[in-house]
Design a protein around this ligand. Structure first.
Ligand code: GLU
Length: 485
C-alpha cells in the first residue's frame, strides 16, 4: 500500500515549492490508490508560528487538495501533530541509548558555541560524551546541566541509499554531521528523530520531499538501521529555481501560495502549472485536469534537473482556465475581488451579484487574473472620473469632439435595444454622414461611459449600464467638454 505524507513545519507561510512537493505526493498517492496524509512537524518551538499553521489549512482548502489522514480528519496512525507525540520520541530515543546507538551529552550552550568556532563554522562537534566512562558521566548527570541525546554516527565507512529520482547516492560517514542531536533538552525531538520515527510508525512507503533534505537522508538511513527498520523508498524532488537558475525566492515574484490567490490565480491553473515544475507526461501535453493527473501521475516522469518556475507560462495557463470557466463560477470567483476593491458590499446584494454575472461575457476573454476584473467593470458600479481631454481624438479639438458627441447622442440611447451588428451599422453610417472616422465617434463615448480609452466592448457595456445612465453620462461628459473649452 502506498502511503505518502506531506510534513510541513509551521514556521512560515506555505511556499510554492513546498506545495509542489505536496502536490506530487498527493498525486502519487491517488494514482496508486494509496493514502496521502498530513503531518504537522512542529518540534521547533522557537520558530513555531500559529499563523503559518492556519496557512497550511487555508492553502490546501483553496487548492482543493485533501488528505486522507491528518490532524483535522483523523486516522488510525495519529496523532498527526508531532508536539502531541513527545512520549513516542522519548521512548524511541531511550531505546537507541539502551542499544548503544545514542548517548546523553551535557554540553553547555557556550561550549557548543566555542566548538563551532573552533571547527571553522562547520558546526563540528567533538563527541566528548560519546565514550566517556560512567564515573565521569555521573558527575555531569548530577550537576543539573540539561542533557540532550545524540546519535552516534559512524566514524568511518560510508552510507548509501537509492533515490527514485537521483539514483544511488553515497556519503562518507566522516562527512556526516558529527553525532547530531536526537532529543533536545526541552524534551522535544529534532527533525531527524521525529521524521524517522513517524515515517516508520505511520507506515510511510515513499518519502517525497524537496532536495534540501538530501543531506539529512544518510543520517536517517543510519537511524533506520539502528532501529532495525526497513527504510522507505526515497524520492527527492528537483529544486524549484527562477529564470536565473537560483532557488526561487521573492526576488523572482510571488512565492507564497496565498499571494497567488490574492493576485487572482485560479487554483486549477496553479495546480496545472505546478505539476509541470519537475514532471512531464509526454513533453507535449500542457493542460491537465486534477482528475486526469490523479490517474496518470507516476514517479518515473520526475526530472532530476532543477525545474524553472516560469511566471509567464503560469499567467498564460491562468488566462486559459479563466476562459474555460463557466460564467456562473467565474462570477462567483470574482466576488471577493469586487469586494476587496470596495465596489460591492460584503455580503453582496442580489443586484450586484447579477451585474457581475452579466459582465462576465464582456470581460472573460480579457482577464489574465481575477484581480483585473474590478478595474475593467468599475464603471458599472460608479460614475467614472476622468480628464475631459481624454475624450478628444487625435487631430480633433474639444469643440469638434463635442459636436460629434452631440450628433451621436440619439444613437447611444438606442444601443441597448439593438444587436452589436445593427449598432455597428448605425454608427458607421453616422460616421460617413459626418465625414469622420468611426473611431472618432466611439472613442469619446467609450471614455464618457467607462472613464477609459480601453474598456470591455462598448456596445455590451452600454447595454449593461442601461440607456438612461449611458445617455446621462454622455450628456455630462459633453457638458464638461464645453465648460472646459
Ligand atoms: N518538516 C520538514 C519540512 O518542513 C519535512 C521534511 C521531510 O519531508 O522530511 O519540510
Amino acid at each position: 500500500m502506498v502511503r505518502v505524507r506531506y510534513a510541513p513545519s509551521p514556521t512560515g507561510l506555505q511556499h510554492i515549492g513546498s506545495v509542489r512537493t505536496a502536490l506530487f505526493a498527493y498525486l502519487y498517492a491517488r494514482s496508486q490508490a494509496g493514502v496521502f496524509l498530513l503531518r504537522i512537524e512542529d518540534t521547533d518551538r522557537e520558530r513555531y508560528d500559529e499563523a503559518s499553521l492556519q496557512d497550511i489549512y487555508d492553502t490546501f482548502g483553496w487548492l482543493g487538495l485533501r488528505w486522507d489522514e491528518g490532524p483535522d480528519v483523523g486516522g488510525a496512525y495519529g496523532p498527526y501533530v508531532q508536539s502531541e507525540r513527545l512520549d513516542i520520541y522519548r521512548r524511541h530515543a531511550a531505546r537507541l541509548v539502551d542499544a548503544g546507538f545514542a548517548y546523553y551529552a551535557y554540553d553547555s550552550a557556550q561550549e557548543l558555541a566555542a566548538q563551532r568556532e573552533a571547527s571553522d563554522g562547520k558546526g563540528g562537534y567533538d563527541r566528548r560524551f560519546r565514550d566517556m566512562p560512567e564515573e565521569q558521566l555521573a558527575s555531569y548527570r548530577d550537576s543539573g546541566v540539561p542533557a540532550v541525546i545524540r546519535f552516534k554516527t559512524p566514524l568511518d565507512g560510508s552510507t548509501r541509499f537509492d533515490d527514485v529520482v537521483l539514483g544511488q547516492l553515497s556519503w562518507k560517514n566522516e562527512d556526516l554531521p558529527a553525532d547530531p542531536v536526537l532529543m533536545k533538552s526541552d524534551g522535544f525531538p529534532t527533525y531527524h528523530l521525529a521524521a524517522v520515527v513517524d515515517d516508520h510508525l505511520m507506515e510511510i512507503s515513499h518519502i517525497m520531499r524537496g532536495p534540501e533534505w538530501v543531506p539529512s537522508t544518510p543520517v536517517h538511513v543510519l537511524l533506520y538501521e539502528a532501529f532495525g527498520w526497513e527504510p522507505p523508498v526515497f524520492c527527492h524532488l528537483p529544486l524549484v529555481v527562477g529564470e536565473d537558475g537560483k532557488k526561487l525566492s521573492k526576488r523572482h515574484g510571488a512565492t507564497r501560495v496565498l499571494e497567488f490567490r490574492e493576485r487572482g490565480y485560479l487554483p486549477e491553473a496553479l495546480i496545472n502549472y505546478l505539476v509541470r515544475v519537475g514532471w512531464s507526461y509526454d513533453d507535449k501535453q500542457e493542460i491537465f485536469s486534477l482528475e486526469e493527473l490523479e490517474r496518470i501521475f507516476l514517479l518515473d516522469r520526475i526530472n532530476k534537473a532543477p525545474a524553472v518556475f516560469d511566471y509567464q507560462k503560469l499567467e498564460w495557463l491562468n488566462g486559459y482556465y479563466i476562459r474555460e470557466c463557466a460564467a456562473d463560477s467565474l462570477a462567483q470567483a470574482l466576488l471577493p475581488f469586487m469586494q476587496r476593491s470596495g465596489l460591492i458590499a460584503d455580503p453582496p446584494d442580489e443586484a450586484d451579484i447579477r451585474t457581475v454575472r452579466d459582465a462576465v461575457p464582456l470581460i472573460q476573454e480579457r482577464l489574465k487574473y481575477l484581480a483585473d476584473a474590478p478595474g475593467l467593470i468599475r464603471f458599472l458600479f460608479e460614475e467614472p472620473d476622468f480628464d475631459p481631454e481624454e475624450m478628444v481624438p487625435k487631430k480633433l479639438d474639444r469643440g469638434e469632439t463635442a459636436a460629434l458627441l452631440e450628433a451621436v447622442l440619439p444613437l447611444v440611447a438606442q444601443i441597448p435595444d439593438a444587436t452589436d451588428e445593427e449598432n455597428e451599422e448605425r454608427f458607421r453610417a453616422k460616421a460617413a454622414a459626418l465625414e469622420t472616422r468611426l473611431g472618432n465617434l466611439l472613442m469619446p463615448i467609450r471614455v464618457a461611459i467607462t472613464g477609459s480609452r480601453v474598456s470591455p466592448p462598448l456596445f455590451g457595456s452600454i447595454r449593461l449600464l442601461g440607456a438612461d445612465s449611458s445617455v446621462r453620462r454622455v450628456q455630462k461628459a459633453l457638458q464638461r467638454l464645453k465648460e472646459s473649452r
